[in-house]
Write a protein that binds this ligand. Structure first.
Ligand code: FMN
Length: 346
């Protein structure tokens, strides 16, 4: 296990992941060491059009106690007025610790409307949005950006300077451009150069898959926090492993019993949150992620995808756990960076 020295205990943040980071998943990440979390992105305009008792709104706001003061809500949009109104409405809801503005989403369905990372092409509009949202809420306002739109327009430093001038409290930088999407490696050195050049708390994001990566990204960037997305899929343990590595120089690899135990807790909370019909579908990808790297898990993942009720899934997982214990294969094969980064696409 690697030795680490002089590492600061910096905040570890569960990233926004559309379709993944609902309250059930966030709760298991909090229980395993995440300090903060951000909801998946929500359309500012959509929020304004939905009544407070609308089920989409209710499910967004449904939180576990442990989230109080540790959950930021992320909004996206390109109209300063709507963004400000959405921020004002969200501020009335007790419990959020910040309003995060999405300026990094690369998905064509988002950028084609001028939202997400497309905003980085319009620094003046970014300034307007920052100013309007900051004026509309007493909560801290943060933003999540990429290095820029493409290689020829890496303007993350400019956006960070604007953010600081307009009263934004912190910026998360994903160390890729929009045109890179999720390919190549995140450029941690570039995040470090921005951190050194701007007096604003910076959260580093991109390619933290193993505990050692978190130590390295912090060392390279000097960032004030580390945000983790794909590395936490099926692996909420990553947060506590990072803390353990920083605190004591080593960490545990969770065995099949621990993984299945947490997977079942996660599953039950998803049922509580969404009802069984939705949970059974939503949890299929999570079950596959929890089992990733374990001996013979491909067949089980396939069967779980056909199962129609929680009790059947639970029995199958517990039988698999026993089988692995009987043959002494309770630990996963080491994960490769590629296998993890491909998870979100599975
Ligand atoms: C499936 C998926 C959904 C995502 N949803 C969001 C989102 O709603 N808001 C956002 O700002 N970023 C979103 N992201 C980007 C992540 O938050 C993060 O910036 C990116 O995955 C890089 O971090 P990682 O290398 O730790 O995965 C998403 C990424 C993936 C793979």
């Amino acid at each position: 296990m690697q030795e680490t020295t002089n590492q600061r205990n910096i905040p570890l943040i569960l990233a926004p992941l559309a379709g993944v980071t609902d309250a059930a998943f966030r709760s298991v990440c909090f229980e395993h060491g995440a300090d903060f979390a951000v909801t998946e992105m929500v359309s500012a305009q959509g929020l304004l059009h939905c009544k407070k008792d609308n089920s989409a709104m209710v499910s967004l706001l449904k939180k576990y106690d442990m989230e109080n003061g540790r959950l930021a809500i992320q909004i996206f949009g390109r109209e300063p007025l709507y963004m400000a109104e959405a921020a004002a409405r969200l501020s009335e809801t007790e419990g959020y610790c910040a309003i995060d503005i999405n300026m990094g989403c690369p998905a064509p369905k988002v950028t084609s409307g001028g939202n997400g990372s497309a905003l980085m092409k319009k620094p003046l509009l970014c300034a307007d949005i920052f100013r309007s949202v900051v004026a509309a809420t007493l909560l801290p306002v943060t933003a999540k950006i990429r290095l820029g739109w493409d290689d020829t327009s890496k303007n993350a430093l400019e956006i960070c300077r604007i953010a600081r001038e307009e009263g934004v409290s912190a910026v998360t930088i994903h160390g890729r451009t929009r045109t890179q999407m999720y390919s190549g490696r995140a450029d941690w050195a570039a995040i470090g150069r921005i951190k050194a050049a701007v007096k604003l708390p910076i959260i580093a994001n991109g390619d933290v898959f193993e505990p050692e990566d978190a130590v390295e990204i912090q060392k390279t960037t000097g960032a004030d926090g580390v945000m983790i997305a794909r590395g936490a899929l099926g692996n909420p343990f990553l947060f506590e492993q990072i803390k353990s590595l920083i605190g004591s120089g080593s960490y545990e690899i969770p065995d099949i019993s621990k993984r299945i135990g947490v997977c079942l807790t996660h599953y039950e909370r998803n049922i509580e949150e969404n009802g069984s019909d939705i949970a059974i579908k939503e949890m299929r990808k999570h079950v596959a992620w929890y089992l990733s790297g374990f001996y013979g898990s491909a067949q089980l993942k396939h069967s779980v995808n056909q199962m129609q009720d929680y009790e059947t899934v639970r029995s199958a997982l517990l039988a698999y756990e026993k089988q692995l214990r009987d043959i002494g294969k309770t630990l996963p094969t080491p994960r490769t960076r590629q296998s993890i980064s491909e998870r979100a696409a599975e």
